[in-house]
Design a protein around this ligand. Sequence first.
Ligand SMILES: Cc1cc2nc3c(=O)[nH]c(=O)nc-3n(C[C@H](O)[C@H](O)[C@H](O)COP(=O)(O)OP(=O)(O)OC[C@H]3O[C@@H](n4cnc5c(N)ncnc54)[C@H](O)[C@@H]3O)c2cc1C
Length: 448
Amino acid sequence: MLRVAVVGCGPGGVYSVGALVQHGDVAVDVLDRVPSPFGLVRYGVAPDHPKIQSISGALEKVLEHPAVRFLGNVEVGTHLRLDDLHRHYDGLIFANGASLDRRLSIPGEDLPGSTSATDFVSWYSGHPDTPAGRFSLDARRVAVIGMGNVALDVTRILAKSHDELRTTDLPDHVLQALAVSRVEDIHLIGRRGPAQARFTTKELRELGELAHADVLLDPHDLDMDEATAQRVADDAALRRNIDVLREWSTRSPGGRERRVHVRFMLRPVEILGDTHVTGLRLERTRLDANGNAVGTGEQSTLDTQLVLRSVGYRGLALAGMPFDTATGVIPNVGGRVLRDGGVAMGEYVAGWIKRGPTGVIGTNKHDANETVAALLADAPTLPRAPVRDPDAVLRLLHDRGVDVVTWEGWRAIQRTEARLGQAQGRARAKLADRESLLRAANEGVGHA
Ligand SMILES: Cc1cc2nc3c(=O)[nH]c(=O)nc-3n(C[C@H](O)[C@H](O)[C@H](O)COP(=O)(O)OP(=O)(O)OC[C@H]3O[C@@H](n4cnc5c(N)ncnc54)[C@H](O)[C@@H]3O)c2cc1C
């Protein structure tokens, strides 16, 4: 039987596990550095999108297969090195995602009050690496830089009232911060125009339906040249987005407590402040012949106390693994890792670390199928790992002092989160720090 380790239990990892157990005579360990499974489905998907969150139900079924073990709270590169993995597993699939954010690379970017949308998402999602006190929401004006769905998620969460979110699974400390939020104005800022924005229409529409926030847009921001107008006319999805934006541009402020200002063709050039963000210097842009935003020299200053950049993600290099710093992925051909110009024996990739941070959750399934097909095709010729005892890796982790969370432990975490939530009239409330997660996992094991 082939022994495979999957590094990362997000959609890329779980879909790989699914394909492996469906087609192969395999035993699979899926390792994740956090105590819980599901990657960005748990720590990315917005809390007010329960239908998308519920995809975790389908992922859960895959992980319940008897040939699969979930080993949470195990970090590859720290608790297990690459050579450890090769000693215990015949095949390795890296599905460790793309957890780093891209930067703006402008002065002032490291001032307190300037951070990534990733950081904010991790905070409201209760990621155990993000301290509870990371955000206090005492900024009155917030700038969100970026024109994709993550920027929309962040804007929407900032614009919603505590009441609208209190039935979600947000951790308690996040709900408390939202209850006393002082946010009044959120500026959603894009370097390019509406025809270049990467929103999906459903998510865009949602922003215009907020109960407690007016969405405002200057009609001049929708001006476009003839070629762009033609492109919009020819592209149904783009046309739908522009229709939504056009309708917003006809709205007048309705006196709601909060305002979302959608602003195109502006690029941040400097984040201002001495000890904390106090403003953002912006420059009006135009598009060059290649569709890139270039500054026009016309500058303005926005009074803001919190700047959240949402301009993309990139992968993180894993010790011992090849990494393409230009694209932020592990170089591969059809999922087979490339090392020194050739295919590496027994090493594969799936998900965002394979193809870059694009696509929806389902995109990772097709991509994982391709990877697993390559692994299973190679299986007859893969050298077998020297250690065949499945418990040997558990002993190694134990000896290294790692508190491994098993599937049973995860089930115990779920029960604790459900209990916590139900006491407050919601389905669950997330535990947000590693200590509580591990305590729940350990206390609950054997007490189902
Ligand atoms: C904020 C946000 C919101 C999103 N919302 C939606 C949405 O609403 N709908 C939708 O379809 N798509 C959404 N997406 C996209 C979707 O989440 C991704 O397509 C998907 O999660 C990518 O899967 P992945 O497995 O490659 O990465 P991830 O989901 O990031 O999973 C990677 C896993 O690897 C683990 N890991 C990393 N390093 C190590 C290591 N060294 N050792 C062990 N484990 C490690 C991580 O802890 C993580 O669990 C969203 C993305 C973001 C960023």
